[in-house]
Write a protein that binds this ligand. Structure first.
Ligand code: SAH
Ligand code: SF4
Ligand code: F3S
Length: 437
């Protein structure tokens, strides 16, 4: 027996956590298998919007039916949603045998074995938002063999008024840079050539500690590791994206020309109500500075529509900002009230139909812009890292450019994990098509 499955919801930090849990389970002698055959299903969950949670609850309902009939699978609930409402869920569903907050992952693998052995449930909640029982294992068993994530900061201190993250992931804490570098070196030695450094606000790296060692220093040190051909990072915060980061990027070709810089709104009134800490003008001037320092960079952003009291005029400020700045990708979301956050208690919640309408208008605008920006790539030569099969089409593979554009190419699976030069022949709003040179 000892067969498990992992399912990851939410952001890249969860993907990293899922990879680390998988690796630890395998070290304990477990085998990964399809979820239908698993004795233990580990759910790495997200709380960012209500929908993300609802989906997981209905999945747990499904597992619970099977558990009551067959005694399997035991469900292990970890991650942000586990921290927020895991205890309630465990009360309702018997199949949930272990619940852990994101800061107690270190106790999970052994906890699973113990819970199965004695039949008693385990609850490892993050009661102190600064305490940490991390899972200290290099995620060598990954979904993707060529690329790896490395979390560099835990939690977040910014308390944007709509956001649940600081409540479920705790306070900002930077990982020791020696440990990060050691992990990156081990990953490189195991064949990884692309690393993405992760945090809710990577630019704040080191700001919670004494000394000068910040995100720029870390970027420089990771980029110098042998075998690392590409270095990415996410997510950036406009308030913390300092000049020294741009300088290191400009000097270091292996740091990818792609930055995700969430704006959230184009209206000063709403930005203030969100507690984002910058104005529209400050954001625009930062974008200009980045584009001047790094010509050809791809910029992506996140935007929320329908924040409480967002008027049509506020919304148009967001719309026009996207039209003016022309991002490569915009991750859009309808505002979802999260219990316990400031914005959820605000009067003037926006009607769902209004949110849906604004979301549609923004998405229409953005598909056009994205297609236009992608069309500029047609005829160019690019280097891509081929990292997986394409979602559709026989003999089709998918890779990414340094600017994080998805490129679909025809070619043999031997190209997986390789860097190849391609000529871009077609573009759509979400991807490019290339021919191998
Ligand atoms: N730390 C990053 C991203 C945090 S969460 C930042 O500061 O921007 C990822 C995205 O989810 C956010 O950028 C935001 O657009 C979206 N999001 C967060 N809370 C939300 C909420 N309550 N409703 C809708 N979208 C939300
Ligand atoms: Fe949430 Fe704001 Fe922190 Fe991003 S910076 S994780 S949006 S509180
Ligand atoms: Fe979701 Fe938690 Fe990430 S709420 S977006 S999984 S930090």
């Amino acid at each position: 027996m000892k067969r498990f499955a992992v399912r990851v919801f939410g952001c890249q930090m969860n993907a990293y956590d899922g990879d680390r849990i998988r690796t630890s389970m395998i070290h304990l002698g477990w085998t990964e298998c399809p979820e239908e055959d698993a004795e233990v299903v580990i759910l790495v969950t997200c709380s960012i919007r209500e929908k993300a949670e609802q989906k997981v609850v209905s999945e747990i309902g499904r597992y619970n039916l099977r558990y009551r009939n067959t005694g399997s699978p035991a469900v292990v609930l970890v991650g942000c949603m586990a921290q927020r409402i895991g205890l309630q869920i465990a009360k309702k569903f018997r199949c949930v045998r272990l619940v852990s907050g994101p800061r107690h992952l270190g106790l999970v693998p052994q906890g699973i074995e113990d819970a199965l052995a004695d039949g008693a449930r385990r609850f490892f909640m993050d009661e102190d938002p600064k305490a940490l029982e991390d899972l200290e294992v290099v995620p060598t068993e990954r979904t993707n063999p060529y690329k790896a994530y490395v979390t560099i900061t835990y939690g977040c201190d910014r308390f944007c008024t709509y956001c649940i993250v600081p409540y479920v992931r705790g306070r900002l804490q930077s990982r020791d840079h020696g440990e990060i570098l050691k992990e990156c070196r081990e990953l490189a030695a195991s064949g990884v050539s692309e690393i993405t450094l992760l945090g809710q606000n990577v630019d704040a790296y080191g700001k919670d500690k004494e000394g000068e060692y910040g995100f720029a220093s870390l970027l420089k040190d990771v980029s110098e590791i042998e075998g690392i051909k590409r270095l990415r990072f996410a997510t950036s915060h406009p308030r913390d994206f300092d000049e020294d980061i741009l300088e290191v990027m400009a000097r270091t070709p292996s740091i990818c020309r792609a930055v995700n810089l969430p704006v959230q709104s184009g209206s000063d009134r709403i930005l203030r109500a969100m507690n984002r800490g910058y104005t529209r003008e400050q954001y625009i001037s930062l974008v200009k500075k980045i584009r001047e320092a790094l010509p050809g960079i791809s910029l992506t952003t996140d935007l929320i529509v329908g924040f409480p009291n967002e008027t049509e005029e506020d919304f148009m400020d967001s719309y026009n900002l996207l039209d003016e700045l022309r991002f490569d990708i915009v991750h859009t979301a309808a505002y979802s009230p999260r219990e316990g956050t400031k914005a959820a208690a605000m009067e003037g919640q926006t009607d769902n139909r209004v949110k849906a309408d604004r979301l549609n208008r923004i998405n229409d605008l953005q598909s056009r812009i994205a297609r236009e920006l992608n069309e500029e790539y047609v005829g160019r030569e690019e280097e891509i890292l081929v990292d997986g099969p394409a979602p559709r089409g026989e003999n089709s593979l998918q890779g990414r450019t340094k600017t994080d554009k998805v490129v679909i190419v025809k070619g043999p699976s031997e190209l997986l994990g390789k860097y190849v030069r391609v000529k871009i022949v077609r573009a759509s709003h979400w991807s490019l098509e290339g021919e191998i040179i």
